[in-house]
Design a protein around this ligand. Structure first.
Ligand code: GUN
Length: 290
């Protein structure tokens, strides 16, 4: 079997066009233009690329993008003061603080300070807690992107066994919660670096989501023939190119469907951040989210 390649870039273009239409309608009907603020501390090259992509995509969707670039030696207090200002700024509907922060800064109090109505990254523990008890919240952008890709690919989640590899706060853990909520109804195994016999665990999966941050971790012998493989990995090779957590060339010979890196989950991550910002702008003004 050769896997169907799921084109995340094409799906992202489609969803972004719909978001741009919704943004235009919001401006015409309610005189509201959603605003997203991205805070970047320091000069981590990968973070600069991500924040730049978010900025361009936000403007292309017709929203206002504000970039706040802070020196690498910014203090915890000053960073928290910036977030407090953005909380109070009525023109800003979504706030994200790009991770990782420089080592001397603690991300947790910063995330906790973000107004939940503007928490488009869904990293505030309050937002994560609401998600865990099944209350409506923002879904963080990468898990939301994975969910949309699975929906678009026609993958039936109810009753399916999804093995997520990687338990990060950004991807694996929230995704495990989202997929087990009533209405989605997947059976989830959240595997990680201490999981015994990862290959055997993965072979049980109808869907594998690779989000461990280790290039080529998922090999063909770990994949049941016909399984769906979603690659969240964004690893840099020695020549600077981007590669996923899945050994793509061999796994595509076994899987039923697979996302490439680049051009899979990545474009959908930025897209769902835009979706969250649009939803924040609507719900903060008492309009239905969609
Ligand atoms: N760094 C890598 N991915 C993300 C993300 O989704 N949000 C934030 N804030 N930082 C990141």
């Amino acid at each position: 079997m050769t896997a169907r390649i799921i084109d995340g870039k094409a799906l992202a273009q489609q969803v972004r066009a719909r978001i741009a239409d919704d943004v235009a309608r919001l401006a015409a009907e309610h005189r509201v233009t959603p605003g997203l603020a991205a805070v970047l501390v320091g000069e981590d090259p990968a973070s600069q690329v991500y924040v730049g992509m978010k900025h361009r995509a936000t403007e292309a969707a017709g929203m206002v993008s504000r970039q706040i670039l802070l020196d690498a030696d910014t203090s915890q207090e000053d960073l928290e003061a910036v977030v407090a200002e953005l909380n109070a700024d009525e023109s800003i509907d979504g706030i994200l603080v790009q991770l990782p922060l420089p080592g001397h800064l603690d991300p947790n109090p910063v995330q906790e300070l973000i107004d939940p109505s503007k928490d488009v990254d869904a990293l505030n523990p309050y937002t994560a807690g609401r998600l865990a008890v099944g209350e409506p919240t923002f879904l963080s952008a990468t898990p939301y992107g994975v969910l949309e890709i699975l929906r678009h690919a026609g993958v039936e989640l109810a009753g399916a066994h999804v093995v997520i590899v990687g338990r990060s706060n950004l991807v694996g853990r929230p995704l495990s919660v989202i997929l087990t909520l009533k209405g989605r109804d997947a059976t989830v195994t959240l595997a990680h670096s201490r999981t015994r016999d990862l290959a055997a665990v993965c072979r049980q999966a109808d869907v594998i989501v690779a989000a461990a941050g280790r290039a080529g971790l998922i090999t063909a012998e770990m994949v049941r023939p016909g399984a769906v493989v979603i690659d969240v990995g964004t690893n840099r090779t020695e020549d600077g190119s981007l590669t996923g957590d899945v050994a793509f060339d061999e796994v595509r010979e076994v899987a039923g469907a697979i996302t490439p890196v680049p051009g899979g989950v990545g474009p959908m991550t930025v897209t769902m951040l835009l979706q969250n910002t649009l939803e924040a702008a609507r719900s903060r003004r008492g309009l239905p989210r969609r």
